[in-house]
Design a protein around this ligand. Structure first.
Ligand SMILES: [Zn+2]
Length: 149
């Protein structure tokens, strides 16, 4: 078990564009294990690698309190449908919750830690989470997109 520090808004690392993973090696497995531990400890739904200071296209997510961990390497949204506005938060932006418009349904193609292709289909909260995490990989924070009234 190894937790990593979660970088906070204002750190330039969160604004960088992450690079695709090319080596599906022990280092990647360690990163994913550490991200899982960090996500569970922080009690979040999703965590992207730049949030722990690693500029690689990787995120982890959980929708059942950490029992099941979704791992996505080099994720891409290949289908999106509908719209949904809901409040979001972020482990890198404490105490802020703002409404963001996202697709209601998404299909994400990615790879697992071994380099096998995977497909993630999600709706509503889970779809928003995937979009939020993939935005992190492009240096985008949810507050950039929030609907302020
Ligand atoms: Zn976030």
């Amino acid at each position: 078990m190894a937790r990593r520090n979660i970088y906070q808004v204002g750190d330039d690392t969160l604004r960088q564009i992450s690079k695709p993973v090319t080596e599906f090696d022990d280092k990647l497995a360690q990163l994913l294990d550490d991200m899982r531990d960090t996500l569970i400890y922080a009690d979040g739904a999703g965590l992207a690698a730049p949030q722990v200071g690693v500029l690689k296209r990787v995120f982890v997510a959980t929708f059942d309190g950490g029992n099941t961990i979704i791992e996505a390497v080099n994720p891409k949204i290949v289908m999106q449908k509908g719209r949904r506005v809901a409040a979001e938060g972020c482990l890198s932006i404490p105490r802020i919750h703002e409404k963001v418009e996202r697709p209601r349904h998404v299909v994400v193609e990615a790879f697992d830690r071994y380099g096998n292709p995977i497909v993630l289909k999600a709706s509503n909260f889970e779809a928003s989470c995937y979009c939020h995490e993939i935005d992190h990989l492009d240096g985008i924070l949810f507050t950039d997109k929030s609907i302020k009234k």
